[in-house]
Design a protein around this ligand. Structure first.
Ligand SMILES: [Zn+2]
Length: 111
């Protein structure tokens, strides 16, 4: 079990690193006035509509960095809105997740 947890942690750490690099690369591409393809990055849903590509990327990068910092601590995997633990399967899929489905759904109906 301990070993399994360790493997899971390592996998998430690696996924976060990879994603962080991909988002960073997209930012560099954008800065060079080239057309960065954001679709492949599967950005988290927008909290504020009307953000520029760069703002979206920066926000995503911040989110990834926050996850990297909290990974392995009690603060990791907790919904930022309702403070409930996020499902492990969802975190395996997207280790940078910071909001549960319920809160995300509530938020998108606000607009
Ligand atoms: Zn929540």
């Amino acid at each position: 079990m301990q070993q399994q947890e360790q493997a899971r942690l390592e996998r998430r750490r690696r996924d976060l690193m990879r994603k962080g690099m991909a988002v960073n690369q997209a930012l560099v591409t954008l800065k060079a006035n080239q057309n960065a393809k954001l679709l492949d990055l599967k950005l988290p849903h927008e909290r504020k509509p009307g953000m520029t590509k760069e703002e979206k990327l920066r926000r995503f990068l911040d989110q990834i960095i926050r996850a990297q910092r909290s990974l392995g601590t009690d603060a990791y995997g907790i919904c930022v809105d309702c403070q409930q633990p996020l499902p492990q399967a969802a975190l395996d899929d997207t280790p940078w997740l910071e909001q549960c489905d319920g809160c995300a759904a509530k938020e998108s109906t606000d607009f």
